[in-house]
Structure formats: C-alpha cells, structure tokens
Design a protein around this ligand. Structure first.
Ligand SMILES: Nc1ncnc2c1ncn2[C@@H]1O[C@H](COP(=O)(O)OP(=O)(O)OP(=O)(O)O)[C@@H](O)[C@H]1O
Ligand SMILES: [Mg+2]
Length: 275
C-alpha cells in the first residue's frame, strides 16, 4: 500500500477512557506505511480544571474565548497533562512518538481574536504555518501527538480549537484524509425535523438519526436551523475548509473500543463531508 498521510483529531472526552486510548494505540500501530499526526482535544478537562481555580470558561460559536489566566490552564492541561498522557502511552507500546504543541518548530503562529467585550482574548487566529518540523518527525518515523496551543510569535501562548489545528495541519501536509473522532457517532439530527433522505440507524422514535453525507452548503444550512451547535460547529467548518484545501477524505465520527480506523477511513461509519 502507498504511504498515506492521515490527520486524526480525537476529542478529550473520547480519549479520557484508558480502554479507548489503548485500543487507538494498537490500531495506529497496525497502520503501517502511513504518516500519521494525532491532534487531541481536551476541552472538557480544561473547563473542569479552570473551574477548580474559579475561572469561568466562555464560548462563542462553540469556540473557547480564552482569558489570560485561563491560557495558563489551557497550556497546563492540553500541552501538559493530556499531551504527555497520550504520547507516553504510544511510546510504551513501542510506537516512536513525540508529544508536541502547535508552536513547536514554528508550526503555527497567529494573532489574538477579540473577545465579544472588545478586549483581546488568548484564542488565536492562525496567520502563518510551517510544516518543516512535522515533516522531520514523520520522515523519522515518529508519530506526532499534537496539542493545539500555539504562539503569537512574541513568546506568548495562544489557544486554538483542536479541530482548527487539525485542519491547519492536514492542509500544510496535503493530507489524504482528515478524521474528526468525537463522542458522538457523527452529525446527528433529531427525527421528524428535516427531510428523510439520510439513512439513519433504525431506533426509537426519539433517537436522532446519523447523517451519512453532508455537502458544504448543507453544513451551513444545518448550523442555521440549529441542528449543528456547540463543539460540532468548529468541526464542520474545519471539515469544509479541509475539503476546499484538497483533503480527499473528511469524516466526522466516533472512536470506541470496538472501532477500527480502517473501517472509518473506508467510510463505513460516521458522517462524510463531501461535495
Ligand atoms: N448535530 C450534532 N450532532 C452531533 N453532535 C452535536 C451536534 N450538534 C452539537 N453537537 C455536540 O458536539 C459535541 C462534540 O464537540 P465537542 O467540542 O464537545 O467535543 P470534541 O471536539 O470531540 O472534544 P474536544 O473539544 O475536547 O476536542 C457533541 O458531544 C455534541 O454534544
Ligand atoms: Mg471540540
């Protein structure tokens, strides 16, 4: 099989199960001849730690508007706790890996976004990209485990939604596939609220249906109608941008102890975003 470049974004809640992490390690170890970058989230854990310190997290369109103090927590939890937990597990299984963040090697640099109150936040917009460091790691046979904190170029930390980081990395590496693996089977829609053209799993009357395919135009419509909300918004917007950047396979799905990356890549589960 030819070497494929795959960027996998996995959510913090999904990865917080030791069983799921161990299954993912074995699954990735079995995917030989692939260049893989694993971008991880950890939003729920950041919110929990920030709360313990009396910091309230704020979100706009599902994206954390990071305050100065909260940025320290984001770095500690994402680039520290979660990143090391994940990278060490791969290393323990014999998969050469490096736990890094998105400012290492100058990978991503950006500028702060304005908080809705008009003051600069520590959530950033990406302004420049440099794939050299990642290319070195991949050429050396290392799995890159990437936390999504990056830099303002002046030494200051910036936070980036991990879905956006995965998009940037997939784009800079001209990835063949980008998988967003979360704690939901894909993009879900409440039954009876839309047309019946999607093939959903049979279930009870109230069980939401899984949308198997969505085009970029449909994505914005589903945000408009309120089907897609919160943390799913950056995921679908990054998916559409990745598609426009030439990433061939873009899938939003889940990862469990029974999952298989090959099965997901083959389009057998989740929601595929395509034209
Ligand atoms: N239409 C939808 N279908 C499925 N999930 C949706 C939908 N709209 C909103 N969501 C929410 O999006 C969530 C996933 O995004 P979230 O940001 O919470 O997790 P993540 O991105 O996997 O993790 P992290 O933020 O740690 O990287 C789901 O748990 C669900 O609550
Ligand atoms: Mg998220």
């Amino acid at each position: 099989m030819n070497s494929h470049t795959i960027v996998i974004k996995i959510g913090g809640r999904t990865l917080s199960s030791q069983g799921v992490l161990e299954h993912l390690v074995a699954d990735i170890a079995a995917l030989e001849d692939h260049r893989i970058v694993l971008v991880h989230g950890g939003g729920a854990e950041v919110t929990a730690y920030a709360g313990r310190l009396g910091i309230t997290s704020e979100f706009a369109d599902g994206v954390r508007m990071t305050g100065e103090e909260e940025m320290e927590v984001v770095d500690m939890v994402l680039a520290g706790l979660v990143n090391k937990r994940v990278a060490r597990r791969f290393q323990a299984a014999g998969v050469p890996s490096a736990g890094i963040c998105a400012s290492d090697g100058g990978m991503l640099t950006g500028t702060p976004l304005l908080h809705p109150d008009g003051n600069p936040s520590r959530t950033g917009r990406v302004a420049s990209r440099n794939p050299t460091f990642l290319e070195h790691l991949l050429a050396g046979g290392y799995l890159a485990v990437v936390a999504s904190t990056f830099t303002d170029g002046d030494g200051g930390g910036l936070n980036l939604n991990a879905d956006d980081a995965a998009l940037e990395i997939a784009t800079m590496l001209s990835a063949d596939a980008l998988l967003f693996l979360s704690d939901v089977p894909g993009i879900l829609r409440r039954r009876g609220t839309e047309d019946a053209s999607s093939e959903g799993e049979p279930g009870t009357e109230d069980a939401p249906e899984l949308i198997r395919r969505l085009t970029p135009t449909e994505v914005e419509a589903e945000i408009g109608t309120g089907t897609i909300t919160g943390g799913m918004i950056p995921k679908v917007r990054s998916s559409v941008a990745a598609l426009h950047a030439g990433v061939g396979i873009v899938i939003i799905g889940t990862y469990t102890e029974d999952a298989s990356l090959k099965h997901i890549l083959a389009g057998n589960s989740g929601t595929r975003i395509e034209q």
